[in-house]
Design a protein around this ligand. Structure first.
Ligand code: NAI
Ligand code: MG
Length: 356
């Protein structure tokens, strides 16, 4: 019997509503497969917790999370708590302390009706973006001098270490090599004459270890254009933290929007837990109404199962999402249906039972 210990951080707004449906799916899998079991431990952290306790998580929160196999996070963010506090004191803190330096964002069209691109089909949009998740412009390095004065100077430094750049690029080559796909690096060596020239050099250097992988390299501006005009070009993509943040939201727009987009924060060495989360935020405008779309959170479950090495279950979940998307009326209002969050989860479990 394999047991996976999962820490739940449902967070704020619709976070708890969608995480509940993901947990429903995991519990259904546990019932269907006698060789797998999950434990769930809930942590009530987030912005609402901050309002009551003056902190986003317990002081020893990182220690408490350390021993889990995975963290399943809903969303954090609540009116009245500045977004930079919720981001830096919980999400980014976990990503950094647990060295989750790989961010995996599938850009996969699961149903043709979901893309705003005319005449693009499922087979045309199916790639994986691997975003550097620990440094670059998001390292938190910089300076703000002479605040408020006419002479004010603000520096936001992009930090690119050899270790950090090599490891993300090597991870991407491994992924492309083992899945027999092409690898595209997205950078900006013409304008960012230090950081991105270095990135491009490392991309070429590591490439020598992977002569079997066919590579491409695009400037980020051109790549954004190709995402829209010719997404079929891309199979595995590797890019920096800032570019990856922007490009993956563009990718989400091509494949159905926030109700479907998912992301995994991975520590490949498994020294620390990895974290799985829908990409959307806490959606205060619809929180508490029972209409949040749980499919992004369920897709996160699929990524988690892949990470656990349970690839068949990961695929089963993805395949049931595809089936689910064919039944428009059984979906939440954002996808044109009239179902509640809980009804989508229940219907999903029915489909999973039929599939298994
Ligand atoms: P948001 O993703 O919460 O909402 C944007 C729009 O998409 C809203 O109209 C919302 O109703 C809709 N939406 C989002 N998820 C949906 C779902 N599952 N089903 C149906 N509709 C959905 O982004 P917004 O409004 O910019 O941010 C709200 C709060 O969430 C802020 O405090 C922000 O900081 C936080 N946030 C947290 C993130 C995280 O925890 N990873 C990521 C993004 C934002
Ligand atoms: Mg983002």
């Amino acid at each position: 019997m394999k047991t996976f210990n999962i820490a739940l951080i449902p967070g704020d707004g619709i976070g708890p509503e969608v995480v509940a449906e993901g947990v429903k799916v995991l519990k259904a899998i546990e019932k269907l497969d006698s060789s797998i079991s999950f434990t769930f431990t809930m942590f009530p952290w987030g912005c609402e917790y901050y309002i009551d306790n003056g902190k986003m998580m317990d002081d020893d929160g990182i220690d408490k999370l350390k021993t889990f196999d995975a963290i399943y996070l809903g969303a954090v963010g609540y009116p009245g708590v500045p977004d930079h506090i919720s981001l830096w004191d919980l999400l980014l803190r976990i990503r950094k302390e647990f060295d989750q330096y790989v961010n995996l964002r599938p850009v996969t069209l699961l149903n043709q009706s979901l893309t705003p691109l005319k005449s693009k089909m499922e087979k045309d949009i199916d790639f994986l973006v691997i975003r550097e998740n620990s440094e670059g412009e998001y390292a938190g390095a910089g300076e703000r001098l002479f605040k408020g004065n006419q002479e004010e100077v603000v520096l936001q430094t992009g930090v690119f270490t050899r270790k950090g750049t090599e490891r993300i690029i090597r991870y991407a080559y491994e992924e492309a090599s083992k899945s027999n796909r092409t690898l595209t690096s997205i950078s900006k060596g013409n304008a960012l004459n230090y950081s991105m020239v270095f990135w491009d050099e490392v991309f070429d250097e590591i490439g020598k270890e992977y002569p079997d992988v066919k590579t491409y390299s695009y400037l980020v501006d051109a790549a954004s254009l190709y995402f829209v005009t010719d997404p079929k070009k891309f199979e595995v993509v590797v890019t920096s933290n800032l570019f990856g943040d922007i490009l993956t939201d563009l990718g989400a727009a091509l494949t159905g929007g926030l109700g479907l987009a998912t992301g995994a924060n991975i520590n490949p060495e498994k020294d620390f837990p990895s974290m799985f989360e829908p990409v959307h935020g806490s959606a205060p405008d619809i929180a508490g109404k029972g209409i949040a779309n749980p499919i992004a959170a369920i897709w996160s479950v699929s990524q988690m199962l892949d990470f656990f090495g349970e690839k068949e279950w990961g695929e089963a979940v993805l395949s049931c999402i595809k089936d689910m998307l064919k039944e428009t009326m059984q979906l939440t209002p954002d996808l044109g249906g009239s179902a509640s969050t809980g009804e989508v989860g229940d219907r999903f479990v029915e489909l999973l039972n039929e599939y298994a």
